[in-house]
Structures are given as C-alpha cells and as structure tokens.
Design a protein around this ligand. Sequence first.
Ligand code: RP5
Length: 181
Amino acid sequence: KKLKIRTYSQRTMSDDRLSGKTPIVAVTMGSDSDCSVLAPGIALLTELGIPNIVTITSAHRTPDRMTQFAKSAADKGIKVIIAAAGGAAHLPGMLAASTHLPVLGVPVKASALDGVDSLYSQVQMPKGCPLATFGINNSINAAQFAARILALHDVSLRVRLEKHLADQTSSVIEKAEEMER
Ligand code: RP5
C-alpha cells in the first residue's frame, strides 16, 4: 500500500486517534520507493498511539533539506527519528551526525546487492556518532524500539507496549497449539 507522504511542516495526522497531537517520532526515508518497507513500522507506531510524521529527506538528492530536518527536529518536539534508506544508505548516519536525538536506521533492500550494501553503510559508524541499526527491511523492530525508548517516560505508552508484547506472545502460542493439534 502506497503511503501518503506528508511534508515535515504538516503536523496533521491522518489517523483520528492521533489527530492534533504533536509528532514525537519522525519517520524519514531516502525515496518514496522506501515507503512499502516503512509501512508496517508506521502502522505499529500508530497502533501504539505514538504521534508520528512521515517524510522524505534524501542525503544525496536533497542534502540541505536533510540537514534542516535533522537540525530542527528536536525543537519541533521530535524525540526519536526512524530513518530508512537503500543502496549507498547515508541518510540514517548523516542524520545521526546532525542531531543529538536517537536515530534508528532501517537498511532497505533496494539494489542489486540485496540490502547488504545498505546494512553495511549504516552499521559501522565512527566512534561518537551512534546509529541504532536494525535488520534489512525491518521497520517493525525500529518502531517497537522507538516505543521502548518513549515508554521509559510515558506510563500509558508503557501499558500499551506491554499489552502489544503480551499479544505477540499469545499469538505465537496460539499458532503453536494449533500446530500441535
Ligand atoms: C536510496 O536509493 C533510497 O533510500 C532508496 O532506497 C534507493 C533507491 O531510490 P529510488 O531510485 O527508488 O528513488 O537513496
């Protein structure tokens, strides 16, 4: 499903539940072709009631926009950035270099190198520029990790996250029991 991309300055959430709330997670990507990879993670953020904004900031095609995005994010109330890119995936690392906010990188399988290029572009950051790098195409883990960070200081989110984790466990157990029948 193609995501509707909102510009960074547009703070209105399409989901009624989150409508009007200031985004605290910014999800960004190098190209709209990364959207389908990010969709499950964005859906999880929304399901957990985490106000989010989605945008494109290409390190190579829109470097000034990327820098402006990174430098203004904290002042706009963003607490965590999730960044996805494929190929020579410099976006997540450059964001991490441009803000003190935690940046969670999602390598995207986008080229003939099957995402390994993107993984390697993100995982070996120099000392002093940490970037939390997740599995190739695994936006769900980035989103859940963002929720874990935010839940440290948000009791109601903690409750929703714990319920989500319990539901996840139950669904695996149900499948196991079904298989054993
Ligand atoms: C990266 O190059 C993007 O993050 C994307 O994964 C990849 C291909 O981009 P498009 O050529 O599809 O725009 O910058």
